[in-house]
Write a protein that binds this ligand. Structure first.
Ligand SMILES: [Zn+2]
Length: 234
């Protein structure tokens, strides 16, 4: 007589479902910007998602909006606070891509290899409570060779942020005021100030990012509209 298989035994043979968490992303591209829709789609859906796969987090590009605002190479000054930016930049950041909500990340691609300081390639503007156009806006220099890994790093700033407390949620010891992990104890960590080539995330960062309000379950994402590229005049 064969041993009856218990329900518990049967269950343990099934693969444990992988944690799959999604984040909706909208892209905004300034005028005269050479970055193609294909590059943006690949960066967000494939390359940044591959880096975040270790946390079970996937990014979904929902729409690309090409706007008429021109932001030239080295024009964006990341050291200036949002309120003191020129009206053109404030309007660009306040732009809400059709279909987007406060809980989606918007990535604004400006022209150039760096921002004004000749060094910085990406920045994340965070708004607490109900202020600002949304919780997290990423600004990227389109033509930087480090664009993909810096984009993944900026997604980290967006996901490791609590808009209620206005605090960074990364539990890594020794975090600096900008939310970067100390170099010595975290080789190759995505949240180092200087983003390494093959970045990794630690378990605490994955747990904290999974609790971000920007995370939407994949089940909900399935029914959403596919990515469409659209020109918007403004
Ligand atoms: Zn950073």
């Amino acid at each position: 007589m064969t041993q009856p298989r218990s329900a518990t035994n049967k269950k343990s043979k099934l693969a444990r479902p992988r944690q799959l968490l999604g984040v909706d992303v909208y892209a905004v591209v300034t005028r005269n910007n050479p970055i193609t829709n294909q590059m943006i789609t690949q960066d967000i859906n494939n390359l940044a998602s591959a880096i975040w796969e270790q946390c079970g987090i996937t990014f979904f590009l929902r729409r690309i909006s090409r706007v008429t605002t021109i932001v030239a190479d080295k024009e964006f000054d990341q050291s200036v606070s949002f309120g003191n930016q020129p009206a053109k930049i404030r309007n660009l950041i306040n732009f809400r891509p059709p279909g987007s909500t406060r809980l989606d990340i918007t990535v604004i691609y400006v022209e150039g290899t760096t921002f004004r300081n000749n060094r910085t390639v990406g920045a994340t503007l965070k708004f607490s409570g109900q202020s600002g156009p949304r919780i997290a806006t990423v600004i990227m220099a389109s033509q930087s060779p480090a664009r993909v890994r810096v984009l993944a790093h900026e997604f980290g700033h967006a996901l490791l942020y609590n808009p209620v407390t206005n605090r960074n949620t990364d539990p890594t010891p020794g975090l600096d005021s900008a939310g970067h992990v100390p170099a010595g104890s975290n080789p190759n960590n995505l949240m180092l100030a200087s983003v390494p080539l093959n970045p990794t995330l630690n378990a605490g960062q994955c747990r904290a990012a999974a609790r971000s309000p920007l995370i939407t379950s994949l089940i909900q994402l399935i029914n959403k509209r596919k990515v469409t590229a659209k020109s918007i005049r403004r």
